[in-house]
Write a protein that binds this ligand. Structure first.
Ligand code: UDP
Length: 418
């Protein structure tokens, strides 16, 4: 072994921190703003620890009942730091908790007798923490945005009070972090056009679990879920958030040529428990379903656990991601990994993950008729659907496995660490 490889080995056994202030990597996914970021941090953390890194994942304690530490596997744990009230706080209201979060992180390092020489921050809130931490200690900051304020605000009706602060932090982070991990080439273009022309950006995508998804046949999955083989099944999974465009999907189903006479089923998975914030959007969506007379065709199974999710993807004929804005969109690659073709909005990371007419179809966001036609095209042609399903699986195996993603991140960290 030469000295170069010895030093790489040493770096890879280093203790590093992933920070995800609002997206707790140890929580159940699907409700109360928990989604792609939580999955990303958890999966990246676990996969990095398999490569030898010691990974501490920091998040804000948002539930007094939850333990302060959760060990996921050897070398990978979640640490919940008290910062602000120990209850759910919307991401638009967390900024004031950040100084306390930073203080707690510094105290943790002192108590443990370490300081992290590499910190990977997630979302602008954690990016702020990373930039401040860097003023206290020599360290490398890697940052993933998960969502860009400038693009998001162009796509939502309500701009929160925190918007100006967020935009300023996002710009500064690009210019000062050692490297930004952009999860798609499209996101990189957005960073350059909306944030800054300076700063170091590397594209490393999000990934998915290629063993968990794709192991079940459609027949098996339908038997398990009690769905008849001849039914036509359209599947949505994700948070109830207006930017997810669920309304477009429902209106498209109302226009489907399979609406009458066929056993057309729309499954809208994900979302809330009573009293949670996303319940408002859920109620609005349920109201539209009722108004359009789609109650019989539509089911809302609620949050779907990661164990149950592979059955839903496998049972579906098509998964739909009708977002107005989607920085990456894990759901599309999960469905492709399950050999189920997708119909997605022609936006953001979905333009990177989905190959039109090969693994699915891209439709302009909010284009109800376009979505209806694309969904119908797949439902009408099982042969095409199988072909696209196979191609989707191949694409995910090639570029979107967590293992491959973690290897790229690991290499990046080693290059950046002194
Ligand atoms: N998810 C889940 N159960 C649910 C709802 C969502 O496991 O009930 C997962 C979904 O499988 C995906 C993530 O939450 O891994 C959503 O990520 P995506 O990037 O599609 O959307 P985001 O939440 O980041 O906007």
């Amino acid at each position: 072994m030469n000295s170069q490889s010895i030093s790489s080995e040493n770096k890879r056994s280093a203790r590093i921190a992933l920070i995800s202030v609002h997206g707790d990597p140890a929580v159940e996914i699907g409700a109360e703003e928990a989604g792609g970021q939580n999955v990303y941090v958890r999966q990246v953390g676990e996969a990095l620890s398999r490569l030898g890194w010691q990974v501490d994942m920091f998040t804000r304690k948002s539930d007094a009942q939850k333990p302060e530490r959760v060990k996921h596997r050897p070398g990978c744990q979640t640490i919940r730091l008290p910062a602000g009230p120990p209850k759910f706080v919307s991401r638009d209201e967390i900024f004031d908790c950040l100084p306390q979060f930073l203080e707690q992180l510094l105290t943790f390092q002192t108590q443990e007798g370490i300081h992290y020489s590499l910190v990977h921050t997630n979302y602008w809130l954690s990016g702020w923490v990373g930039m401040k931490l860097k003023q206290h200690q020599p360290m490398t900051q890697v940052h993933t945005y998960h969502s860009l304020g400038a693009v998001k605000y162009a796509n939502v009706p309500h701009i929160p009070d925190i918007a100006a602060t967020r935009l300023a932090v996002e710009k500064k982070c690009l210019e000062s972090a050692d490297c930004i991990v952009s999860t798609s080439p499209q996101e990189k273009v957005h960073m350059r056009s909306h944030l800054s022309t300076s700063g170091n950006i590397q594209v490393i995508p999000c990934g998915t679990d290629i063993e968990r998804y794709g192991a079940i046949s459609q027949a098996e999955a339908r038997q398990h879920l009690g769905i008849p083989l001849e039914a036509k099944v359209v599947f949505y999974i994700g948070r109830f958030d207006p930017r997810k465009g669920i309304e477009t999907l429902i209106r498209a189903i109302a226009q489907s040529q399979f609406r009458e006479g066929d056993d057309l089923r729309l499954i809208i998975g994900g979302g809330s428990r009573p009293g949670e914030k996303d319940g408002q959007e859920r109620d609005r969506i349920a109201g539209i379903v009722q108004t359009l007379g789609l109650n019989d065709q539509t089911s809302f199974p609620g949050r779907i656990s990661s164990e149950a999710l592979p059955f839903y993807y496998a049972a579906a004929d098509v998964s739909v991601v009708p977002s107005h804005y989607e920085p990456f969109g894990l759901v599309a690659i999960e469905s492709m990994a399950s050999r189920t073709p997708v119909v997605v909005s022609d936006v953001g990371g979905l333009q990177f993950t989905v190959l039109p007419n090969e693994t699915g179809l891209l439709v302009p966001p909010k284009d109800v008729t376009g979505f209806a036609q694309a969904i119908d095209r797949i439902l009408a042609d099982p042969h095409l659907s199988q072909q696209w399903g196979r191609a989707g699986r191949q694409r995910v195996e090639m570029i979107f496995s967590w293992q491959g993603v973690a290897q790229q991140l690991s290499q990046l960290y080693q290059q950046l660490m002194p």
